[in-house]
Design a protein around this ligand. Sequence first.
Ligand code: FES
Ligand SMILES: [Fe+2]
Length: 471
Amino acid sequence: MTATENSELDTGARSPGLSYQDLLDADTHPVHEVLRLESPKYLGSEDVPIERYTSREWHRREVDQMWSKVWQFACREEHIPEAGDYIIYEIAELSFLVVRQDDGSIKSYPNACLHRGRQLKEYDGHCSEIRCPFHGFAWKLDGNLQDVPAAWDFPHVDQRPDDFTLPECSVDTWAGFVFINPDPDASPLAEQLGDLIEHFEVWNLEDRYVEGHVSRIIEANWKIAQEAFCEAYHVNATHPQILTYLGDVNSQVDVFENCSRVITPGGTPSPLLGDVDLTETDLARAMLDVRVDHESPVSIQEGHTARATLSQMTRERWRPIVGDAVDQMSDSEMMDSLDYTAFPNFHPWGAFNRIVYRFRPNGDDHRSAIMECFLLSPFKGERPPPAEEIKLGVDDPWTDAPVLGMLGKVFQQDVFNMAKVQKGLETTRKPGATFSNYQESKIRWLHTLLGEWVNDDVPVSVGTGAKARQS
Ligand code: FES
Ligand SMILES: [Fe+2]
């Protein structure tokens, strides 16, 4: 059934309680017009086949038809500030070098030697040339062949210079993020990011530094991990402790041209709590995670709300760094989760939430993923160096990364579900996953795009990963 045939199912139903737009009406500061936009999108109600999560063939199709051709966030510009700095970006079994050039531009090459194929680099680092450790073939930073040891034995290499120049991927940047596309003939990055570029003009993510970078291995398909962060519908069951101050079911979900967002209001209680009698001070205590036997560091004055008071505290926290620009920012930008997504796996948050998520397959294994959280913070003066990645293994709790603060506890609850979702999907007799029409519409949108990239009828490549298991 198509979305149009199904459209009678789209009732426009919304949760009771204050809407996000109602909260904006009560904001104590000017509200940016981007937050006033509403773009609900009904994309059909049919189930999404579980093969997308469980089938190795589907994973191989994703590699062949999507990951090999899509723009993907590889690193931040500050990860490779100087000529010769490079990082290794890996997606499934594919590996790419991303190298800062002498003129400040960035190039990317498949991480493979053109002699007999050895990986050129195994670790991020700095080099003056790209020299293969096996027999010593070397390339200039710009990919031109520089040195062939015992060149007298390779007259045939001399005759084929084009075949011995490192092949290039497409590279582009946005807001300090470096994107690569393995396809050298890719269409512009701006087309893939769509409205995201305009929406973020006010938040200047290029003026941030990487204060935290934490990755963790997840025992589930990368989309199971990603989709756990694409809706607030799960908060009631998975994170009940934050209902006191989160308008979970009042989230606004928008699908724009090539980007999507879920805005979840903070500093307002969940309508699911019903008539529970909460004072504004109770709400502030919950938001600040104050122990029951401790005094609250904040008291909410008569006639004021916790949302406005805590927003002002956040403004004062950032004022020494970003200046009086904070006075032009709404309570919403101080308090709410402005969770944007660009296909396929890039999730920058607006304003000062500082979060950027990325989700990838863990090597050539469709039942394992790498979830990452970057914290992008404003700074004053010289840009601090980017934080080292904290790599958490499959059994390591997120709370082992103190830089995440309270987020670590929340992620721990999210991760608790993921491997169980994979297990459930492996055994279910139900052929598809069901999504709600509104609250889960970002996930629906991601699957709609995935279906446009990945064609079931095309034969799949085999892949090489030793970890791969046949489904
Ligand atoms: S494989 Fe790289 S120089 Fe031989
Ligand atoms: Fe969650």
